[in-house]
Design a protein around this ligand. Sequence first.
Ligand SMILES: NC(=O)c1ccc[n+]([C@@H]2O[C@H](COP(=O)([O-])OP(=O)(O)OC[C@H]3O[C@@H](n4cnc5c(N)ncnc54)[C@H](OP(=O)(O)O)[C@@H]3O)[C@@H](O)[C@H]2O)c1
Length: 299
Amino acid sequence: MSQPVLVTGGSSGIGLAAVALLAERGVPVFATVRTVADAERLAARPGVEPVLCDVRSDDDVARLRAAIDERGAGLWGLVNNAGVGQVGHLTTESMQDMRDVFDINVFGVHRVTNAVVDLLLESGGRVVNMSSISGTLSSAEMGIYSMSKHALEAYTDALWAQLRERGVHVCAVAPGNFQSALATNFVQRVLVGGNPSEWLLNAYDPDFDLTRSQYPPADAVASVCYHALFDPNPHRRYLVTPDADESLMTLRQAAMELLELNRAASHPCSHEELHALLDEATAPMHEQEGAAAASASDG
Ligand SMILES: NC(=O)c1ccc[n+]([C@@H]2O[C@H](COP(=O)([O-])OP(=O)(O)OC[C@H]3O[C@@H](n4cnc5c(N)ncnc54)[C@H](OP(=O)(O)O)[C@@H]3O)[C@@H](O)[C@H]2O)c1
């Protein structure tokens, strides 16, 4: 049996799908939840140990670490999945809105990762950060959410660079739109329990379907997490969308950023050099890592 994996935000949506898949495949799972009812529901699944934890709280995260230590089996993987959505215009959203989202989507990831990183270094394990296509895209209505996911992408790159030499692989998963409680939770947190902006109050349609039932279930994202956790050659980035349109939209934005940067660069690449860059980037990751290691030892 493998060492356990910790999944944050296991109560619904992508986190729950990941917990279910891991448990089904015999991987012991620690799953964070925030209510006793969710803990009882998850505890009914064989192999799943729910832990009450709000990722904003140092004390909760210390208790989470204690629960992992108590099991005494170390830790193979961490899926930093807990997160919240945010809709609103940047010019009317408060600093508090921004702090709330960053506290969960960015600082929460940092807090949990640092609490268990020594265990991952011991096991030579994996970190999977749940980013989003909003880690590449940004729109007028999703500014704060996109900022948080862009930050998570940068966090992932820095952590990857820091830990790769020490045997821990770090990656980002960027899902498109899948079924989850993201919209319902946003309405509860901001419209019901928070301080909604004037813009949001005007834009909100109470007949809007919050269930996201028009999107597929999150199983495809869970499968990608499994690959990132256990495949011998994990990727650095996974883009997983319900259809080709969402992928294309995301890749087009990434390409536009490359071209915009190049267009106004002090030392722009030629057309041929850009093509060579793409060829380089499409080489399998282990070849690139081999080449990078060779050039590092040459230098
Ligand atoms: N679904 C999508 O289409 C989609 C697309 C791109 C990225 N994502 C990302 O996927 C991740 C999961 O979202 P989801 O769509 O599955 O939404 P979800 O169903 O709302 O799940 C979010 C999870 O995060 C937990 N959470 C929220 N605030 C927390 C906190 N302060 N401390 C600990 N846990 C907290 C929630 O717990 P409670 O139940 O207690 O609130 C829930 O378990 C998020 O990072 C999201 O940004 C989702």
